[in-house]
Design a protein around this ligand. Structure first.
Ligand code: NAD
Length: 441
């Protein structure tokens, strides 16, 4: 099938590449000329395990193209996916500008029957707006004879395992009000769910709500655990023992119960905010989600306070080694990454930071360019020489079993602030470290 992907970011690029891998002919469009030029010269602009191989293979075999020409891509496709960003506005509302611009561009060049699928995460009612804009453009062009259908298919991939998630999804949600659109989309997605029937069809508003509801629930679990972790510290309990104890209950399950420095990334923070705001506009006060957001905001401060307290509220002149910059392992995405805020705060209080991340340092260098308080090292141990403390912020697997004796030798003071509970406190104490975790007594 012929597919046009409008927006070649984390979602658009992975979706386009994986659809091409299944034999479809995909054109990925972006307004970012530099990004398209890099892709056309073989450079993949994001880090995502397995993605580069799929892109290279499908480009060579002629099933995947990158272009800035929306019209050419739209007119040559049956399916048009909208996978552009929906960043938060100041009041938390999702900024739909890019989605609505894409709809307008589609309406301006539609020339035959197409299925337009919103994949960006959007509030209830947005796909209806997309339909309205395309209809208006067709009226303006006096081409109301042209038929099209709209659908909303939320994307559930996780950065860091996006290819794997897309190839083997837990479920595929198709939001549409037309049987024929549903059938077309089921056909398109069938190779990804061959083993088990995992396609769920529903109305467009329900599908739009399902995406926000899923992210909001995962964020809720994280904030719930973080709040309990803070309580555990004063109650003399260990949140890691509590997590095992409660997670083994099948009704609860083990996923997303990890306490830490709070959630970040390009989705949870903005989606929680957008859901709160869109509910507010309809007269609903989402009390639980407001608390989820509040706890998350506070969690980074709770961690920083722990560091501050260790130094009697004066960290000026201290040197911190920071391990991990991306908002989670296996990605180079630093959007709303807790590490960025933590580093900013440390430096603003007079400390200096030497940081390392396996793939996100390029993006972080841009953020901290010109800031003399932040430097980078090409490997994790290189951050440690003369450091007053090691601060672990992102739980990359390579940080899990380091050589503690070597670390102890390199550091000025043997202090570890473990923002992800990666280490065994007892073991570290045996190695002579002063250890701080999250929610451990
Ligand atoms: N990143 C994730 O893990 C993830 C997961 C699920 C859903 N989502 C949702 O998917 C959407 C996209 O997220 P992302 O992380 O891929 O964003 P992104 O910022 O990485 O990519 C968006 C791309 O769209 C391009 N763009 C904007 N307007 C355009 C236009 N008119 N024509 C062509 N290209 C245009 C931008 O230049 C950019 O390259 C968001 O709504 C997000 O909430 C993201």
């Amino acid at each position: 099938m012929r597919i046009c992907m409008i927006g070649t970011g984390y979602v658009g690029l992975v979706t386009g590449a994986c659809l091409a891998e299944m034999g479809n002919n995909v054109r990925c469009v972006d307004v970012d000329e530099e990004k398209i030029a890099r892709l056309n010269s073989g450079i993949v602009p994001i880090y995502e395990p397995g993605l580069e191989d799929i892109i290279k293979r499908n480009v060579v075999q002629g099933r995947l193209q990158f272009t800035t020409d929306t019209e050419e891509a739209v007119t040559n496709s049956l399916f048009i996916f909208i996978a552009v960003g929906t960043p938060p506005m100041d009041n938390g509302e999702a900024d739909l500008r890019f989605v609505l611009d894409a709809a307008r561009e589609i309406g301006q060049c539609l020339d035959s029957y197409k299925i337009i699928v919103t994949k960006s995460t959007v509030p209830v009612g947005t796909t209806e707006k997309v339909k309205g804009i395309i209809t208006d453009e067709l009226s303006r062009r006096q081409r109301n004879d042209l038929e099209f259908d709209v659908a909303f298919c939320p994307e559930f991939l996780k950065e860091g395992s996006a290819v794997e998630d897309f190839m083997r999804p837990d479920r595929i949600v198709i939001g549409t009000d037309k049987e024929r659109t549903s059938e077309f989309l089921k056909e398109l997605f069938s190779p990804f769910v061959q083993r088990e029937p995992r396609i769920i069809s529903m109305s467009i508003p329900s599908a739009e709500m399902t995406k926000y509801a899923s992210n909001a629930m995962l964020a809720t679990r994280i904030s719930f655990m973080n709040e309990l972790a803070n309580f555990c510290e004063s109650a003399g309990a260990d949140i890691e023992e509590v997590r095992h104890g409660m997670g083994s209950d099948k009704r609860i399950g083990t996923a997303f119960l990890y306490p830490g420095v709070g959630y970040g990334g390009s989705c949870f923070p903005k989606d929680v905010k957008a859901l709160i705001q869109s509910a507010r506009e309809r007269g609903h006060d989402l009390t639980i989600l407001k608390a989820v957001e509040e706890v998350n905001k506070k969690q980074k401060q709770v961690f920083l306070e722990k560091i501050n307290r260790h130094y009697d509220s004066d960290i000026s002149g201290k040197r911190f080694a920071v391990w991990g910059l991306s908002f989670k392992p296996h990605t180079d995405d630093i959007r709303e990454a807790p590490a960025i805020e933590i580093i900013r705060e440390l430096v603003s209080r007079g400390a200096t930071v030497k940081a390392f991340d396996p793939v996100a340092m390029g993006n972080a260098r841009v953020i901290f360019e010109g800031n003399p308080g932040v430097t980078f090292s090409e490997d994790s141990y290189g951050t440690l020489s003369g450091a007053d403390a090691l601060v672990l912020v992102t739980e990359w697997p390579q940080f899990r079993k380091p050589d503690f004796d070597q670390i102890r030798i390199l550091m000025k003071e043997p202090v570890i602030f473990d923002g992800r509970n990666q280490y065994n406190p007892e073991l570290l104490r045996k190695h002579g470290f002063i250890y701080y975790g999250v929610g451990r007594n």
